[in-house]
Design a protein around this ligand. Sequence first.
Ligand code: DOR
Ligand code: ZN
Length: 357
Amino acid sequence: MPALLPPSRRLVIRAPDDWHVHLRDGDMLRSVVGYTARQFRRAIVMPNLTPPVTTTAAAEGYRTRILNALDPGGTFEPLMTCYLTDDADPDEINRGFETGVFAACKLYPAHATTNADHGVTDVRRIYPVLERMQRLGMPLLLHGEVTDPAIDIFDREAVFIETIFSRIIADFPALRAVFEHITTADAVAFVESGGPNLAATITPHHLRLNRNAMFAGGLRPHAYCLPVAKRERHRLALRRAATSGSPKFFLGTDSAPHLIGQKESACGCAGIFNAPFAIESYAATFEEDGALDRLEGFASEHGPRFYGLPLNTTSIILERDPLVVPERLAGTSEGDLVPFHADETLPWRFLGPVSAG
Ligand code: DOR
Ligand code: ZN
């Protein structure tokens, strides 16, 4: 149980994990990975690099680059994922999972989002892979949006549930599936109605922004991500799910950094860089909803239980001490990054791990 210790106003919780993050590569990786490693003990690392991570060897190489980008002596553990293409090979995925390199596979419908050009064009093409994953107990992580341009962008998640996800669940009832970064009341209901092998991640930003945030007083590129934020009633459904204590919902930031010039552009990139103040953002939300006692389950327990991994044994401390989020953070030589909550004040501050002894 988390301990809230007055009068120091500290919240101590089991060390959290991030079950969905984009760490990028090269200079950007070196700039951003420390923010995730500082707050989270483990993270599920998305494979949408250029080229995408589709083999065990590529995932091992990427894992090494992530660890090399961190200060030595840390405890951060990247959990690697395999990017599914139409040509995904069940044997290669099997090998990657059994050797402990792949923790999961990621399904991007082709062209659904950043670097999803090599994604799956028709889910039936990967049925042999899904069959094998079901047998192995290997989690499938889904970007749940259809890509048909005729479908309104605000309906793409709901239509994905109706036309694709329900069929996957019907055809592979024992497949372990994580509906990533859910944005709608429809997704909450779908996950709640499924068995214990169906779960979802919820981002900090979808708990705080509705679709108006993208148009507040002008076009706001830093509130743009995919799936896009929806109506207020959907945001409220996500808050109810996250703070409900249900083991089906857990933390996944979907932190997705893009340089400021790529965001503030005539064709800006999708993605919100929330890693630097992620746990503070979730803490603010849970506190507003009177559910601080449920933050630990959401952030540190439901995810590892779903993935069949041990719970972290260390703890972190948050202090109730307002924090002003900087307007910008260093990116690469090409530009800076704008963090989620830029220039806002958050009520909780991440202090660090509880020191041993
Ligand atoms: O907003 C997003 N950004 N959504 C995604 O699915 C991908 C991500 C990225 O990689 O930038
Ligand atoms: Zn993502």
